[in-house]
Ligand binder design. Structure first.
Ligand SMILES: Cc1cc2nc3c(=O)[nH]c(=O)nc-3n(C[C@H](O)[C@H](O)[C@H](O)COP(=O)(O)O)c2cc1C
Length: 345
């Protein structure tokens, strides 16, 4: 066993024989426990996530949300791009025809998927755009029947705002303030004053963190060439990048975590900081949308060509920021019913 651990340490951590011999048993036990914990995380992620299997209701629901959200995002453009999100429509046909999905039609996320499919068809019909090669009238009628009384041609997957109506609650009580925060993807292209961004980051720093260790950092990128390269790698902001002139990169620093049990704490503290940052930006009327950095190490290597970040830091999220247009739309992003989330045991 000792030989196997030794070999593993040599190969994975670059720890040679001499260093290994000098190590205390307690240290060796820690390496072993860390490896075991990461291995267990690895196994659970393989088994329970949607990478390899797409066979349970919750896995299918996740894929449905992913694809319906692409339709919502396509609805944000002032003039509709004909036949937008075609790949998502094709994927949704497969999921939305599954019996287990039809049986769950009253669940929020399934219902909104059927509603978006109907809105998509109605919009193309009204605009006289042919989509029959990937979305037939028969399919549309089928979805409409599933919705029954829940179908309405007033349904909107995107909500329109004026600048003033969007920010009318930014200094209201927390309930109104929180209900009014939404991701904005369309900016004027004008730059937000750096002093205001600093104020927002300062406010976000009220975020609690484990033992107050405050591992978060926020970088501001304003070089448009770099922003475009970074967002190209990011990939989830396609179609909206043109007007992005400022990008925040939120990281947390591994130096601040000291136990094996804390191996995921950097993501937790980073997530808490992110939420506070989004609220702080909203408070200061800085339009923003989190842009996920759920990336592989290979993608992070490509990123390092454009931006230097210390190895100890993990990117939690990117946040394109800007000034909102006088009129703009945001995604509906329907939330679940409380009973889907709050369970009393
Ligand atoms: C960690 C994280 C990553 C996200 N990544 C993206 C992204 O890559 N592209 C995008 O358009 N929206 C992204 N979003 C925005 C979500 O789509 C949005 O928060 C969600 O639909 C809820 O809508 P709301 O923020 O308007 O309430 C992300 C949100 C979070 C929290």
């Amino acid at each position: 066993m000792k030989a196997r651990i030794k070999d593993l340490l040599r190969r994975v951590m670059g720890i040679n024989n001499a260093r290994f011999l000098g190590m205390s048993m307690a240290r060796i036990r820690s390496y072993k426990s860390l490896a075991f914990n990461f291995w267990t995380d690895f196994r659970l992620y393989c088994k329970e996530s949607t990478i390899f299997k797409k066979d349970s209701y919750r896995k299918i629901e996740a894929l449905i949300i992913l694809d319906y959200h692409r339709i919502e995002k396509g609805l944000l453009f002032e003039s509709m791009k004909p036949r937008f999100a075609m790949v998502s429509i094709v994927a949704l046909h497969v999921y939305l025809n599954k019996e287990m999905v039809i049986a769950a039609k009253s669940r929020t996320q399934i219902k909104v998927a059927y509603q978006l499919m109907c809105q998509y068809y109605d919009l193309h019909q009204r605009a006289g755009i042919y989509i029959g090669d990937y979305y037939t009238n028969e399919q549309y009628v089928f979805y409409k029947n599933i919705l029954g009384e829940e179908y309405s041609n007033d349904f909107q997957g995107a909500i329109k705002y004026s600048f003033d109506s969007f920010y009318r609650f930014n200094e209201a009580d927390f309930k109104c303030f929180s209900n009014s925060r939404k991701s904005i993807r369309n900016f004027t292209g004008e730059k937000v004053n750096e002093v205001l961004i600093r104020d927002a980051v300062q406010l976000a720093m009220n975020a609690p963190s484990v033992c107050n260790r405050q591992s978060a950092k926020v970088y501001l990128v304003e070089d448009k060439v770099k922003i475009d390269k970074i967002l190209e790698i990011q990939g989830g902001f396609r179609g909206y990048t043109e007007q992005v002139g400022q990008l925040l990169i939120l990281t947390t620093d591994r130096n601040y975590f000291y136990t094996i049990g804390e191996r995921n704490q950097l993501y937790i503290d980073g997530g808490i900081f992110l939420m506070n940052l989004l609220y702080a930006l909203h408070y200061y009327k800085i339009a923003n949308c989190p842009a996920n950095w759920g990336k592989t190490v290979q993608e992070e290597e490509v990123l390092s060509k454009y931006i230097f970040l210390p190895n100890s830091e993990k990117i939690i999220c990117m946040v394109p920021i800007g000034v909102a247009n006088p009129e703009f739309s945001v995604c509906l992003s329907r939330r679940r019913d409380i009973d889907e989330v709050f369970i009393s045991l």
